[in-house]
Design a protein around this ligand. Structure first.
Ligand SMILES: C=C(O[C@@H]1C=C(C(=O)O)C=C[C@H]1O)C(=O)O
Length: 357
């Protein structure tokens, strides 16, 4: 078929898609009104996951799960915005991986508050300036983000969902010839994680690697200096309009960061695959067997522990610890309830949410 007739057919399908989307938004608006009348939560990650699971099973065409997800997550984000626009705070600067994580859930149309520290994200959600806050909690190569873990214990916020982001770096420059490049800007950690690429392309060249505070600052500098380049996120390249010369230049494609979405008073309903996070302040961990007994309680009930991270209690000169514990399952499951009851105020529940990581 000819290009023009193919495009005519695409136009006609787009018309139908638009009509269907408008139809969908009418229903979403009604859901929003119901929610407002009953004062219930707008964002329901477990329902969104259920929709994507169902669509994936049903799909017989060319779209993969991640393609379905990319399209529908944007539709959900627009829907929620129509139900009730809610502000989302994320750890900046703009163009950071946290920005990319936030946009993957709250879409391009979300109303964002860009804040400079993890602490300020917690504060903004606590005071209600933002309904949700997006912060990193761990990277699979570098470990947990201590500031996030410690604030989860200190503050009274809940985890409503998690986001898993593959960390891909792009190489960007205004120049389309590598010979012209004299400086490469990035974060020191990004230089480390892209060392093979740098060796391969710039070993012989007289190029200076200049570490800056963020990969997004790097992209901004590269956008202003024609003989410079930057290693940054995809979103930063887009934001500062610097052409991408190479994509996915990281040494290992296994690099993932996990982010959490913080909120107040958030309760997810059970889904088929949930994760629970809690803080355990076990009584006197100096007595032999206290930690063992606690972990055994999970094992005895067939609960799969995913993570246990110990942090100092900072009680005088002792070496006592508290623990961040994550396991498979939802707060409402009887086995989890038993543990919560047994340990009572020694446990602080931080949320049960759809397991992604
Ligand atoms: C419409 C709803 O609200 C939100 C939007 C959804 C959607 O667009 O399908 C799904 C879940 C919620 O995050 C709902 O709860 O059903």
């Amino acid at each position: 078929m000819e290009l023009s007739s193919l495009r005519l057919r695409i136009d006609s399908l787009d018309d139908q898609l638009l009509e269907l989307l408008n139809e969908r938004m009418k229903l979403v608006k009604q859901v929003g009104e119901l929610k407002r009348a009953t004062n219930t939560i707008i964002y329901r990650p477990e329902r969104e996951k259920q929709i994507i699971d169902r669509l994936e099973k049903q799909s017989t065409g060319l779209l993969s799960r991640s393609a379905i997800e990319a399209i529908f997550l944007e539709i959900f984000a627009v829907s929620r915005n129509l139900e009730l626009p809610e502000r989302i705070a994320y750890l900046g600067p703009e163009g950071s991986f946290t920005h990319q994580a936030a946009e993957s859930r709250f879409g391009g149309m979300g109303e964002y508050l860009v804040l400079p520290t993890i602490h300020s994200i917690f504060d903004s959600v606590e005071t209600g300036r933002a309904s949700y806050g997006v912060v990193p909690i761990e990277n699979n190569q570098e470990g947990v983000v201590i500031e996030t873990v410690d604030l989860l214990r200190e503050k009274e916020l809940l985890i409503s969902a998690e986001i898993l982001l593959p960390i891909h770096f792009t190489f960007v420059s205004q120049s389309d010839s590598l010979q012209v490049i004299r400086r490469i800007y990035s974060k020191d950690i990004a230089f480390r994680q892209c060392s093979k690429f740098l060796r391969e392309y710039f070993e012989e060249a007289n190029v200076e690697l200049i570490p800056v505070e963020s990969t997004s600052k790097a992209a901004k500098l590269a956008s202003q200096e024609p003989d410079a380049a930057a290693i940054c996120s995809h979103i930063a390249a887009k934001l500062f309009g610097v052409p991408v010369l190479f994509d996915n230049i990281e040494d290992s494609d296994q690099n993932r960061t996990r982010f959490i979405i913080l909120s107040k008073n958030f309760v997810n309903q059970r889904s088929q695959s949930d994760k629970t996070t809690l803080i355990a302040n076990l009584p006197n961990t100096n007595r032999p067997g206290v930690l063992y007994d606690f972990l055994k309680d999970f094992n005895d009930r067939g609960i799969n522990l995913i993570k246990i991270e110990s942090r100092p209690l900072r009680q005088g000169s002792t070496f006592r610890s508290w623990f961040l514990v994550e396991f498979e399952g939802h707060y409402e499951e009887p086995a989890v309830q038993e543990i919560m009851e047994k340990y009572g105020s020694n446990l602080k529940w931080l949320g049960s949410y759809v397991r992604i990581a």
